[in-house]
Design a protein around this ligand. Structure first.
Ligand SMILES: [Zn+2]
Length: 217
């Protein structure tokens, strides 16, 4: 299964993708995480994308496509992938059509108020990258990662002003892309999240059922 997962920042798509990864054995290629790791480590790539990522803006195409190709080359043959954070433009979508076939679009529909609530309480491990939420997915010890004991931090772009800008960028960028894939007749699996307390397991189980109907799981 080659999938693209769409969802606003804070829609939970990262969580869903990583659960699908462990349940279905697909690779997840999350562009945002790749850029953030490089930023954190101060690699040459990190230095190139710093300004864009911090402002919630799009990283230029030529940089993104190089990074994406490097990661796609690491996906073993026969193993599928979930792309997260790519494509962001029609041009990128068209470029990608020359690289790999997309079997399904996984679309998360989450109201803005839920996103703002979730993002402002999100915390991330500075050692292993595990994601917590002070409301729904609390670490056992305050400020400490359950998995590795690392300390938790709040991302600099998880502030209300930047969140609003990111939501706006997301809407503007995504609607034409969804239209594009509809026209290409790529099947959609839409998860509508209506409450703050919808457990990720429920969302992921429903997605897998739908994937089975499409013979993709
Ligand atoms: Zn950790």
């Amino acid at each position: 299964m080659n999938a693209i997962i769409f969802g606003a920042p804070g829609s939970g798509k990262g969580t869903y993708a990583s659960r699908l990864k462990s349940k279905l054995g697909v690779d997840v290629i999350a562009m945002g995480d790749i850029f953030r790791e490089n930023l954190k480590e101060g690699t040459p790539l990190g230095k190139k994308v710093k300004g864009y990522v911090e402002k919630g803006l799009l990283v230029p195409d030529d940089i993104v496509i190089d990074v994406l190709k490097q990661h796609l080359n690491k996906v073993p043959k026969g193993k599928g992938f979930i792309l997260d954070g790519y494509p962001r433009t029609i041009e990128q979508a068209e470029t990608f059509e020359g690289i790999a076939k997309i079997d399904v679009i996984l679309l998360q529909m989450v109201p803005d108020w839920i996103i703002i609530e979730r993002l402002s309480s999100r915390r991330i491990c500075n050692n292993c990258g595990a994601v917590y939420n002070l409301r729904f997915l609390k670490p056992k010890v305050d400020g400490i990662c359950d998995k590795c004991g690392g300390s938790l931090y709040q991302r600099s772009d998880d502030t209300p002003e930047v969140i609003k800008r990111r939501l706006q960028v997301y809407q503007e960028q995504t609607s034409p892309l969804l239209q594009h894939y509809k026209e290409k007749k790529v099947p959609f699996i839409v998860s509508s999240i209506k409450g703050l307390d919808t457990p990720p397991e429920t969302v992921v189980e429903t997605m897998i059922k739908e994937l089975k109907k499409l013979n993709l799981a």
